[in-house]
Design a binder for this molecule. Sequence first.
Ligand SMILES: Nc1ncnc2c1ncn2[C@@H]1O[C@H](COP(=O)(O)OP(=O)(O)OP(=O)(O)O)[C@@H](O)[C@H]1O
Ligand SMILES: [Mg+2]
Length: 265
Amino acid sequence: MSGIVLDRVSVRVPVDGSPAPKTLLQMVSLSLTERRIGVIGANGSGKSTLLRLLNGLVAPSDGSVMVHGADTARAVREVRRRVGFVFTDPLSQLVMPTGREDVELSLRRSIRNAAERRAHAEAVLDRFGLLPLADQSIYELSGGERQLLALAAVLAVDPEVLVLDEPSTLLDLRNRELLRRTLAGLRQQVILSTHDLELAMDMDRVLVVDAGQVVFDGGPAAAVAHYRQLSPASLPTAGINLGRPADELAGDGLARARQDRLDKR
Ligand SMILES: Nc1ncnc2c1ncn2[C@@H]1O[C@H](COP(=O)(O)OP(=O)(O)OP(=O)(O)O)[C@@H](O)[C@H]1O
Ligand SMILES: [Mg+2]
């Protein structure tokens, strides 16, 4: 079977001190066959949870997720081979001291010969303009350089499906364009979550997630319009709502205590 199929998927997690679990996703059924699929929605709506289902990082509490016929709960290794996952925070996926070593690590199974592996790693790094930084500590790369490196390390093994959780958050204008062009040119199916609505507009199909449910599923322009129309309703009327008036917070010493703590660092 081709594509990715979610059949009545719910995700629940236990909550400390509460007998009732928390529902992160509720009864989601989808057939994901388009080449470019975006997921948009508010913070905490369930986008990352939905993406994590696609390579078995999260298992469904009810229902099933099938990737090209393989069940993500039963055939995790096979699913992970097919689905490359790029995390929002590159440091949660980069494990080696340098970019070169990280990309070579990705390739260690597919290319046995060390010289060939090195040459392929260099070609992948070069594609993202990262070759001059190949031997620099990943901790000394900028956030955007690390984000590109994380994408390069996943693409190096040429997965069938590429899942990216907010891939453009740390990128400057130039690298964001590089990302958009790269994604547009990939042979892989691409499924990504984003708060970057221009990036969402590049997709063939966009899902809007709200409170653990897919509330819209269609073309990008209509999806973005739906998301915009959802958003004002949940915004506090006068900016960020701290629960108490700001002068009360300042008056009770909380702000001063916070400043003292910062000064001591
Ligand atoms: N393991 C967990 N235990 C408890 N709650 C969780 C867990 N994982 C996620 N959540 C909660 O589930 C909800 C959805 O989280 P998720 O990370 O999927 O949101 P998101 O749409 O990706 O948000 P963002 O735009 O901020 O990245 C959030 O309220 C989050 O706090
Ligand atoms: Mg997220």
